[in-house]
Design a binder for this molecule. Structure first.
Ligand SMILES: [Zn+2]
Length: 200
C-alpha cells in the first residue's frame, strides 16, 4: 500500500471522476442509473483506455479496487441493467446468471430477436463517431454495439446517419455517395448486359 495507487485497478482519478459524473448517485439501497450512452442490451457504456466497457463493470471495479474478472458475468441484484450501484452488483458465472434470470422470471429474449441497427440512437451514433475519432478500432466498437463492422464504417464515414454530420462533412460525403452510386450503377449495367448475353 504505497503510492497513489493502492489497489489493482488501472483507473486513474480523472477517469473515476468522469465515470461518476455520468451516474445518478442516490441512496445506498436505490438504483444508481447511468445517465450517458447505453448499449443495445440496456447496459451503460463507458470508454476506458480506448475500449468501450460496460459501465456497471467499471462501477464494480472502482468499488472493489480490481477489475471485474474476465469471463465472469456481472449480476444485477436489482435487474436494472443501467444501474451502477456497487451494492447491487456481484460477480457470478454464466450459469449463476442464468439461474438468477430464471428465478426472477426474466428470460433474455431480446438478444436473439433485436435488430441492432434499428436500436442505435442518435446519441449512440455520436458516441460511435467520438470513439472512432479517439482511435478505438471499428471492430471493437461493432462488437460493443452488436452490429457489423460495416455498419460502424458507414456511420464513421458518414454514409449513414448523414443528418448528424457537420454541413461541410455532409457535402464531402454527398460527392462520395454519388461516386458510389455511379459505381453501383455501372456494376448493375454490366450485370444486366451479361444476363442478356447469356439469354441470347
Ligand atoms: Zn440497482
Amino acid at each position: 500500500m504505497s503510492g497513489p495507487s493502492n489497489d489493482n485497478s488501472s483507473l486513474d482519478a480523472a477517469t473515476v471522476e468522469r465515470f461518476w459524473s455520468r451516474v445518478d448517485i442516490r441512496g445506498h439501497d436505490e438504483c444508481w442509473v447511468w445517465k450517458a450512452s447505453r448499449r443495445g442490451g440496456g447496459y451503460g457504456s463507458f470508454v476506458v483506455n480506448k475500449r468501450l466497457e460496460n459501465a456497471h463493470r467499471i462501477a464494480w471495479e472502482i468499488a472493489n479496487g480490481r477489475p471485474a474478472t474476465r469471463g465472469l458475468d456481472m449480476m444485477h441484484a436489482c435487474d436494472n441493467r443501467a444501474c451502477c450501484n456497487p451494492a447491487h452488483l456481484s460477480e457470478g458465472t454464466r450459469s449463476d446468471n442464468m439461474r438468477d434470470m430464471h428465478t426472477k422470471g426474466r428470460g433474455d429474449s431480446r438478444v436473439g430477436s433485436r435488430h441492432p441497427m434499428a436500436r442505435l440512437t442518435e446519441q449512440a451514433v455520436l458516441t460511435i463517431r467520438e470513439l472512432a475519432a479517439r482511435g478505438v478500432r471499428r471492430k471493437t466498437i461493432a462488437e460493443e454495439y452488436g452490429v457489423k463492422p460495416s455498419a460502424i464504417h458507414d456511420i464513421v464515414s458518414g454514409r449513414s446517419w448523414t443528418h448528424l454530420l457537420a454541413p461541410e462533412a455532409r457535402n464531402d460525403n454527398a460527392g462520395r455517395r454519388r461516386k458510389t452510386y455511379e459505381k453501383e450503377l455501372a456494376g448493375l449495367n454490366l450485370a444486366t448486359s451479361k444476363t442478356q448475353a447469356t439469354k441470347s
